[in-house]
Design a protein around this ligand. Structure first.
Ligand SMILES: C[S@@+](CC[C@H](N)C(=O)[O-])C[C@H]1O[C@@H](n2cnc3c(N)ncnc32)[C@H](O)[C@@H]1O
Length: 245
């Protein structure tokens, strides 16, 4: 059997260390070996200026702030975002605002694998057990709802499911595996779709600085900035949708 024909939900992983997962299909790790949680906060949360923007949203907003992600993976980015949102709401307990998190994932992890990844982080494991019920999700759109967070998981190839999504994001997390190992999740058409589903002044952030990704994001209409990367990565990209003149 070829690797890409593995049945759905069969373990996607091999383990480099007891809690560090490698995706068998892509031969790549799910997050930085230099610290997954720190990477998530630095690259995706700060890279989209979320500590400030979510505070502003909680103070001024009703309605929702939407974050969209390519690649749910272990949920680390999602859980770190929920923790940030909880901190923000603890400062503004009267806030009516909601966080909407939409993530595209073709190969959801088996529950046992997900829990094994999260076991070193009891706070994240608790969030996982509270929010991700039932898990694993089946193909198509699944919604997980708590008081202040709505997670919409699109299970399948983002290339097919993103065109179906009628929403638009305030911030994007572009978190596929390395572009060289998974070009399907970084192609020019997909970046155009990402841009077309980004709100005015919406942003993106990613851990990669691959030249083709940078070109595709610029061609799609983003102002792209190359900044210092996390851990052993020299650079990464972040940016904002250009205003239409
Ligand atoms: C680097 S991991 C994501 C890490 C994740 N954000 C986290 O916080 O753990 C990349 C993810 O993209 C998913 N993926 C790869 N190709 C995809 C595609 N065409 N459509 C949707 N998801 C895809 C993989 O299954 C994997 O879970």
């Amino acid at each position: 059997m070829r690797k890409r024909d593995l049945p759905f939900h069969e373990s996607e992983l091999r383990w480099e260390t007891p809690h560090y997962p490698i995706a068998k299909r892509f031969d790549d790790g799910y997050f930085s070996r230099d610290g997954g949680r720190a990477e998530s906060r630095e690259v995706f949360l700060k890279g989209n200026d979320l500590p400030a923007r979510l505070s502003q949203h909680a103070q001024s907003g009703t309605g929702d702030f939407t974050i969209a992600e390519l690649g749910f993976g272990t949920g680390l980015n999602f859980f770190e975002t929920v923790l940030l949102w909880q901190q923000v709401l603890s400062r503004f307990p009267a806030a009516k605002a909601k966080l909407r998190f939409v993530s595209f994932e073709q190969y959801p992890l088996a529950r046992a694998d997900l829990e094994r990844v999260l076991r070193p982080w009891p706070d994240l494991l608790t969030l996982c057990r509270t929010i991700l019920q039932p898990w694993p999700p089946i193909s198509g759109w699944q919604t997980y709802e708590t008081d202040h967070v709505r997670l919409e998981l699109a299970v399948g190839d983002a290339n097919s499911l993103l065109p179906e999504w009628t929403g638009a994001a305030n911030a994007w997390y572009l978190d596929g595996f390395a572009p060289a190992k998974n070009p399907q999740l970084w192609n020019a058409r997909l970046m155009q779709l990402v841009a077309s589903k980004t709100r005015t002044e919406g942003t993106f952030s990613t851990y990669t600085a691959a030249a083709q990704v940078r070109r595709d994001l610029m061609a799609a209409g983003f102002e792209v900035t190359r900044v210092a990367g996390f851990g052993r990565k020299r650079h990464r990209l972040q940016g904002c949708l250009k205003a239409i003149a």
